[in-house]
Design a protein around this ligand. Structure first.
Ligand code: SF4
Length: 261
């Protein structure tokens, strides 16, 4: 029995509920897409706030990396940056703004957690119960999630009838900082406002995302393929988001559609 911990608001609320013994989970699993891929704020939160809180309350919080067949660490950024890579694992956007197919969630989240569960005894005959942090206001995500044969998915926040605002209150009541939205810093499913906020507040990280987009397009050009983008604007990130600066609201709500296992 484990919670798939995403490091965001909903799954951190589950951590607090587990610490208060209001839900029966004692194991939390965070699949790290890579120290060079996850949003640094998420990694910082998981390692320095959530992990300490979990330890204090007797909960095992494991940070899991993806390993290749020969045991080497593989990160999502590393996979895309490999010189010989033809892989486009992230939901990159085409000129029409629509995101393409992705394999990143499956490879770097679902499979990593699945491997841990199976190593610890989960099987088709003995499926693990996996708690997912989805709140009432994003209930459609619960019906969209594929279930693997070695797991039985549960949604404790839905069972308790909790919304995102309730989760924030639960986290604050525990004396914890409310985490930022968790995702890879270059995730193309991020809203335009979130990109603009990154451009304003974390220009270095924004520059790194621009570099990724440029590098992917150099490779696409060599393959005689159309350009791709990290936003739905149909033009390069640097250009699309500079133009959005004036429209930037004071604060940004959460995006829907980011992957959290
Ligand atoms: S956050 Fe985005 S880029 Fe990262 S694994 Fe999920 S869908 Fe892929």
């Amino acid at each position: 029995m484990a919670v798939s911990y995403g490091g965001g608001v909903q799954s951190t609320a589950l951590l607090v509920l587990a610490a208060r013994r209001e839900i029966p989970y004692r194991t939390f699993l965070f699949a790290n897409t890579g120290d060079d891929s996850e949003d640094p704020r998420t990694l910082n939160y998981v390692r320095h706030i959530a992990a300490r809180y979990a330890a204090k309350h007797g909960i095992d919080l494991h940070i899991l990396d993806r390993r290749t067949r020969i045991g080497e660490l593989e990160t999502l950024w590393g996979r895309m940056m490999r010189r010989d890579s033809r892989s486009m694992p992230i939901p990159i956007r085409m000129s029409n703004g629509k995101p393409g197919m992705r394999s990143c969630t499956t490879d770097f989240k679902v499979k990593v957690i699945g491997k841990w569960l199976r190593f610890h005894g989960a099987s088709v005959d003995n499926p693990a119960t996996v708690g997912i942090g989805i709140s009432l206001d994003e209930i459609s995500r619960a019906t969209n999630r594929r279930t693997e044969p070695y797991e039985r998915i549960r949604y404790p926040l839905l069972d308790l009838g909790l919304r995102r605002t309730d989760c924030i209150e639960i986290i604050r009541d525990a004396g914890l900082l409310v985490p930022n939205k968790s995702a890879c810093f270059f995730c193309p499913l991020k809203s335009r406002e979130s990109w603009a906020k990154m451009h304003r507040d974390r220009p270095q990280l924004f520059g790194k995302a621009c570099h990724l987009e440029e590098m992917l397009n150099i490779r696409r050009r060599m393959q005689h393929k159309d350009p791709v983008f990290l936003t739905g604007a149909g033009r390069p990130l640097r250009e699309a988001i500079t133009r959005a600066q004036d429209e930037l609201p004071i604060d940004v709500g959460c995006d829907s559609g980011w992957c959290m296992t």
